[in-house]
Structures are given as C-alpha cells and as structure tokens.
Design a protein around this ligand. Structure first.
Ligand SMILES: Nc1ncnc2c1ncn2[C@@H]1O[C@H](COP(=O)(O)OP(=O)(O)OP(=O)(O)O)[C@@H](O)[C@H]1O
Length: 440
C-alpha cells in the first residue's frame, strides 16, 4: 500500500527528530521552513518560535551576514562541509558548532532553498581545552614525563634567583623556558633581556653585554648602555653561551662572582643586580675538557642545570604541538584548517625533527599559509619531508595485536627502543601502536 504525502512527511519528521544533529531548512528568502528537535536543543529556540523567522534571527552567528554557509551553498550549488563557527543561543551564550549546508532543488532541478545540519561542539571544545590546559605550562606544551618534571621544578628554580643553565638541542624551547623562569621569579615585573653570544664579533659583543663609553672602539660615537645595565633588577638571558669567546668568559665570571663589571673604556666598576640564565645546545663539559670553555665559569653557570629533551625523544608531544600549531596559525592567518590528511599526519608523526619544535612549527606555518581547504594535504609539506621521510612502510597486517605488543614489551622489560628495533619500526610508530591499545 502506498503511503500518503502526509504519512511520508510524518515519517520524515520522526527520522529527523531522532538524529543528534540539528537540521533546519530555509526557503529562497532565508526563512526557516523546518526545524528539528536537536536544533531546538542546541539553539534553545522552539520549533514554533523558529518557523517562518529569518534564519539569522535564530542563529545569530558571527558569519550570518558575511559568509552564511546556506547562502554560499545556494549560490554555488556546492555543499559546504563542517565549517566551525560560534552561534549565540537563546540565552545569548556562545555555542561552538560545526555546520554543513546544501542547496534544496525542486523536481525540475531549480533551487528552492537550503538545508543546514549542525553539531554542537561544546563538549568537544571543553575537552580540548581541558587537555590543552592540562599539558600547557607558561606557553610550553608537553605531556612527556621528563618535561613535566621540569615544569614541576620550574617555580622553585625561578624563586631561588640562582644562575641556571638550560641545555638542549636547537629549537627545543630553551628561550621559552628562560621566559617562564623569569616570569615566575620575583623579578618577573622587571625586564628580561636576551644576548645571543654567538651573533657578534668579540669586541662588539663585549660592548653589547657590558656597555661602552664613547670612543671605546672604532665607530662608538656615544656612550652605550650594555644589556647588563638594561637588565638591571631583572634577568639577563645569555643564549648560545658556548659561543662566548674566552676573553669575555673571564669578564662574565667576574660579574657572576662579584656582581661587578666594567663597561668598555670606562674607569670604575659598576654593580649589577641581575639574575643570569644561560642556554646552550653544546656540551659545555666537553668544551671544558677541550679547553675552549673555562671550568670555573662552567661551575658558576651550572648551579642548576635543566636539560630539555629533543623532540625525537618525546614523540607523544608531536600531536599536541601539531594541534597547538594549527590553532596558532589559524588565528594568525585567519584560516579555518581543521586537521591533516591521514597520510600527512602519519608523516608528521614519524618525522625525526632534527630542528625540534621550531622545525615542526615552520612546517605547519608554511602549510597553513598555502592551505586553501580545511585539511593540510601532502602537497603542502616541503618536498624534503615527503622525499626523505622515515615513515615506516611495514605493512599494517604485520602489526602485532594489543596482547602480543604488551607481551613483547614485557619480554624487553619495558625497553621500547629494543622493541622498536625488533619490530623494525621507529620509536614514534611504536609509541602510536602502544597508544592505539591504550598502553602509554
Ligand atoms: N614545548 C613547547 N611548547 C610550545 N612551543 C614550543 C615548545 N618548545 C618550543 N616551542 C616553540 O618553538 C620555537 C623554538 O623555541 P625556542 O626559540 O625557545 O628554542 P631554543 O631551544 O631557544 O632554540 P635555539 O637554541 O635555536 O635558540 C619557538 O617558537 C617556541 O615558541
């Protein structure tokens, strides 16, 4: 028996009312003609209130008049998918939603209006926020145990005013650590001044750090305050301390020991009330043995040493950093990139990042600038990455199941490097496999 149009409509209403997504339709003048139960729940407006009203009065989103997805779908004839926007609900509360929109056609293929489906992202956003708050410490993102230990001791180290040496490969975040140490210290409201000890020739570097009287060296036409003077009351961050020439190492030692220094060409000594933080990617102890770094200075600097692990040793941070990078560059470049193609994500998760976090950020920044869709695709990655990737090509059907993996790990007494070697995969891939079976 054929159903009547009335029965069909009732059937359709029942179906649409049972879906978790909000669904509404509009006619060609953007007035609401259909509004399902989830749409009522998400927006707070009842169907009665919504029907017949212009949809911008019910949705009140930031893009209603500039980039309405329904209008866009009606104008182009193409669907708009998963665009993330904020709407104001009936109580004027901002609700993040993901919307998709399509054009509605009549039997002759003529547009008669549009349909929009939308999903409430509040819970997802709250969870994301929770995760990001949990793993963020003064702009530093990490879930790696060694890094978390550093975050734990940072407030005490900061409070102590003690000279601190930050050791770690280039791009691991030494400067961010220095900033966190300064901000958390009692000197936090005074200046944090940075000197890059590898950036200048010896004499200029001396003037840069200690200052110089007019005429102290060729081209110095007026008195010049050094970075030490600028940092008075605050913190001096000596970046790339391993590059400091031996002659300046003596001068720096004097400041560290007596809090006194002499600007270039000046007669008397000046006093410095400054906290020192130094950073290097070099192994200063080896330089001491080689005679290129003074042992006494090394001891003075090394009162507290914080060693920041390379990114390849904390693969669990890569997904967090990728998320952070997307948020940062979406905001910076006004983009709406939601994620990565699966192949791209695999590549990014498996890349060894010799340039550490800086390299990761550079890769994502470049891709974000070039990206014209909502996903980062393979063509947006630098070819050096796609050509020389260490992505593991082990067929997935050779992948052990969760119990096998746990058994193998136990056999290696928890040594992941040894297990990765046995499996012929790199540590990042192993980390992902273990994560897939909830084994961290
Ligand atoms: N854990 C982290 N969380 C978030 N951002 C990070 C983290 N580590 C580093 N970054 C970012 O990576 C970039 C490089 O970090 P930073 O300049 O602090 O590294 P560095 O170790 O001082 O490098 P270099 O030795 O080359 O001076 C910066 O943009 C920084 O904000």
């Amino acid at each position: 028996m054929n159903s009547t149009p009335h029965q069909t409509l009732e059937h359709l209403t029942t179906i649409l009312d049972s879906v978790a997504d909000g669904v509404f339709t509009v006619d060609s003048s953007m007035h609401i003609t259909w509004f399902n139960r989830s749409a009522e729940q998400i927006t707070g407006f009842t169907q009665q209130e919504a029907l017949g009203r212009p949809c911008c009065e019910i949705f009140r989103s930031s893009i209603c008049f500039s980039a309405c997805p329904v209008r866009e779908a009606m104008a182009s004839g193409h669907s708009v998918e998963n665009r993330e926007i904020d709407i104001l609900n009936r109580d004027n509360r901002e609700i993040p939603i993901s919307v998709s929109a399509s054009v509605l056609l009549d039997a002759d293929g003529q547009p008669t209006g549009g349909v929009e489906t939308f999903r409430d992202l509040s819970r997802l956003r709250a969870l994301q926020q929770e995760v990001s708050d949990k793993y963020t410490f003064h702009d530093l993102v990490s879930r790696n145990p060694a890094m978390r230990k550093l975050f734990d001791i940072l407030p005490d180290v900061a409070a102590s005013d003690v000279t601190t040496l930050l050791q770690g490969d280039s791009g691991t975040g030494k400067e961010l650590f220095a900033r966190a140490l300064h901000d958390l210290s009692p000197r936090g409201n005074k200046p944090l001044i940075t000197v890059n000890c590898g950036a200048l020739p010896e004499q200029l570097l001396e003037a840069e750090i200690f200052g110089a009287r007019k005429g102290a060296y060729t081209g110095s036409v007026e008195d010049r305050p050094g970075r030490l003077a600028q940092a008075e009351g605050g913190t001096l961050f000596l970046d790339e301390i391993g590059d400091l020439p031996l002659s300046l190492q003596v001068k720096l030692l004097r400041v560290l020991e007596n809090r006194e220094y002499q600007p270039l060409g000046a007669k008397g000594a000046r006093r410095a009330d400054v906290r020192f933080i130094a950073a290097t990617h070099r192994h200063l102890d080896k330089m001491v043995t080689a005679g290129t770094f003074r042992q006494d200075l090394f001891f003075r600097l090394n009162v507290v040493q914080l060693t920041i692990p390379a990114l390849r040793d904390r693969p669990e941070d890569i997904p967090l950093l990728l998320d952070m990078a997307l948020d940062r560059f979406n905001m910076q470049y006004g983009k709406n990139i939601r994620g990565f193609e699966p192949e791209v994500l695999n590549l990014l998760l498996d890349h060894p990042y010799p340039g550490n976090v800086r390299e990761l950020l550079n890769i994502i920044e470049r891709a974000a600038i070039l990206c014209r869709s909502e996903q980062i695709t393979l063509d947006l990655l630098p070819t050096s990455l796609t050509l020389h990737s260490t992505v593991n090509h082990r067929p997935t059907n050779n992948r052990p199941d969760s119990d096998q993996l746990k058994g193998m790990l136990a056999r290696h007494a928890g040594n992941r490097t040894a297990l990765a070697r046995e499996l012929g995969i790199n540590r990042t891939t192993l980390w992902r496999w273990l994560k897939d079976c909830d084994f961290h």
